[in-house]
Design a protein around this ligand. Structure first.
Ligand code: PBE
Length: 297
């Protein structure tokens, strides 16, 4: 009996809601706060270059969490510019972010929780070489193998470059200021005379920092170092074909899982040069959402 009355009541309530909706003709009055956030952003996640592993993960997240958002490809630089603009005006924005990154030092940001684990857990950044580099260039191999630094190191370099420092100058200064660390990377390696090492990288701020630092270290050991900036797919293809001798930009186990499995017979993974990396959807702290699930509301 009571149950029936509730049913009747809710039917009445629904009819009133429907009438209100039709009657006012203005959709915004019936929308929830979360929907209006999505609308303000045109249901767009501000992404980076299409080849980035994180873009594939973000698209997977849209599917797995059943979101009506689209992941818009652009570039790392366009993404940080969009973030800067939104932040200035306290507007909502969702970006494909990652750590280490200077953006966390500059803005108050948070990763959206990812209860389905689409973006993986802790990532590390590995050094991957073309098979055969060990025999061909044992000294470069040794240095690349021993290259390891921390998120703090990388962010220090990134921040100075972002503040307008010349990339090569910043890398050089960091090497001068961190002689002890760098001497561990070069330990046991002999100086060479003018041999060439090709490093490929993508214009992600984190990889601009790491590739320039290790490139300069190799140069100080007598190598002629060629840095080639490409997209993520071509970067992996280059180290697989031998066009590049090495990359220091392999984000694993999740972000570049597909790339390394495609090329595993042609490359050798020298292991992490940086631990404690992370990728995910990032928003300013002033946004009233905490989880990717909140975007499905
Ligand atoms: N990133 C930065 C890259 C790896 C380095 C997270 C944007 C990606 O492939 O997604």
């Amino acid at each position: 009996m009571i149950k029936n009355n509730w049913k009747k009541l809710s039917v009445v309530a629904l009819s009133i809601a429907a009438l209100t909706f039709v009657g006012c003709g203005n959709k915004t009055e019936t929308k929830t706060a979360d929907t209006s956030i999505g609308e303000k952003m045109n249901y767009k996640i501000t992404g980076i270059d299409a080849g980035a592993g994180e873009m594939k993960l973000a698209e997977q997240a849209v599917k797995d969490y059943k979101l009506k958002y689209t992941v818009q490809a652009s570039s790392g630089a366009a993404m940080t510019q969009a973030l800067a603009d939104a932040y200035k005006n306290k507007e909502p924005i969702i970006v494909t972010g990652w750590s280490p990154h200077w953006m966390f030092g500059k803005y108050d940001l948070k990763y959206l929780k990812d209860p389905k684990g689409v973006f993986g857990g802790a990532e590390h950044i590995d050094t991957v070489i073309h098979k055969g580099v060990k025999e061909k260039e044992p000294n470069a191999y040794k240095i690349l193998d021993q290259f390891a630094w921390t998120s703090t190191d990388m962010e220090a370099v990134m921040l100075k470059i972002n503040d307008g420092g010349d990339v090569k100058e910043v890398a050089k200064q960091w090497i001068t200021d961190n002689k002890d660390k760098v001497s561990k990377w070069t330990k046991g390696a002999k100086k060479v005379d003018g041999k060439t090492i090709n490093l490929a990288y993508v214009a992600w701020d984190s990889e601009i920092a790491s590739t320039n630092v290790i490139g300069l270290v190799l140069e100080d050991m007598g190598y002629k170092v060629k840095l080639t900036q490409v997209d993520a797919g071509p970067m992996w293809a280059a180290v697989a074909s031998g066009d590049a001798d090495a990359i220091v930009s392999a984000w694993l186990p999740a972000t570049h899982a597909k790339y390394i499995s495609d090329y595993k017979d042609k490359v050798e993974n020298l292991g992490p040069n940086l631990q404690g990396a992370k990728v995910g959807l990032v928003v300013p702290k002033y946004m009233n959402i905490d989880s990717i699930e909140d975007l499905a509301k």
